[in-house]
Design a protein around this ligand. Structure first.
Ligand code: PGA
Length: 249
């Protein structure tokens, strides 16, 4: 079940033409089949991109969803809608959603449930701010985010989740957590899971690192025993960098 993964989070970038160009270049690149490659474009591109991906092994992710199945939620997208266009993964709890859209771990846990109940797989993000790290609160922050967002799930459901550790201070800043810092948190996340679900479950969940990952620093991060790949922002917008990351294990 524990799988190596490179997931590209395009965030709110690229229109349909530039998006298609990037995706075509990614499809034509030498992607390693040692890891699963996922792309998470803006929702408006998902349907078109699914058709482009039909003869590839690249999986499609959304960057967010609503917790309710349907109804009067202007501007929102349900899990069922994502499923109907072939989405397999949904990024949830990204720090940008937590910060700019006031999502907390409890609200995100409802989205996690919706994704799991809809048969898709969440990529659940957690991570501390710089202030929290400087105050020595990073372990507690991560543990609270993991427990509140995911621990309502049963064992089988948790096994369908991917976790991404993304220290907020490293996202889009060019600052990367050192391999030691990242490994320390990844192993702590695994221990937090093991304490409740047991070692086998904890060792079966893929935990990705995110935060300024690029070809120059990926290998040393991905070599860490508890890091199973990356959630990639900036470097996922360049086909050759993104492809190189898939070969960095
Ligand atoms: P970054 O973004 O690689 O640009 O730091 C990572 C993310 O936000 O998922």
């Amino acid at each position: 079940m524990r799988q190596k993964i490179i997931a590209g989070n395009w965030k709110m970038n690229l229109n349909i033409d530039s998006g298609k160009d990037l995706l075509s270049n990614i499809i034509d690149s030498d992607l390693s089949n040692e890891c699963l490659t996922i792309v998470a474009p803006p929702n408006i591109h998902l349907n078109t991109f699914k058709a482009m991906l039909s003869h590839t092994t690249i999986a499609l992710a959304a960057q967010n969803c609503h917790a309710q199945p349907s109804g009067a939620y202007t501007g929102e997208t349900s899990v069922e809608m994502l499923k109907s266009v072939g989405v397999e993964y949904v990024i949830l709890g990204h720090s940008e959603r937590r910060e700019y859209f006031s999502e907390d771990s409890l609200a995100i846990s409802y989205k996690v449930n919706a994704v799991i109940n809809g048969g898709l797989r969440p990529i659940y993000c957690c991570g501390e701010t710089l202030a929290q790290r400087q105050e020595g609160e990073h372990f507690e922050t991560i543990s609270t985010q993991i427990k509140q967002g995911l621990f309502q799930l049963n064992e089988m459901e948790l096994l369908n989740c991917v976790i991404a550790y993304e220290p907020v201070w490293a996202i889009g800043t060019g600052e990367t957590a050192s391999p030691e810092q990242a490994q320390e948190i990844h192993s702590y996340i695994r221990k937090t899971i093991a304490d409740v679900y047991g070692e086998i479950v904890a060792n079966s969940v893929s935990i990705l690192y995110g935060g300024s990952v690029k070809p120059g620093n990926a290998k040393e991060l991905f070599n860490c025993p508890d890091i199973d790949g990356g959630l990639i922002g900036g470097a996922s917008l360049d086909a050759s960098s993104f492809a190189t990351l898939t070969t960095s294990f």
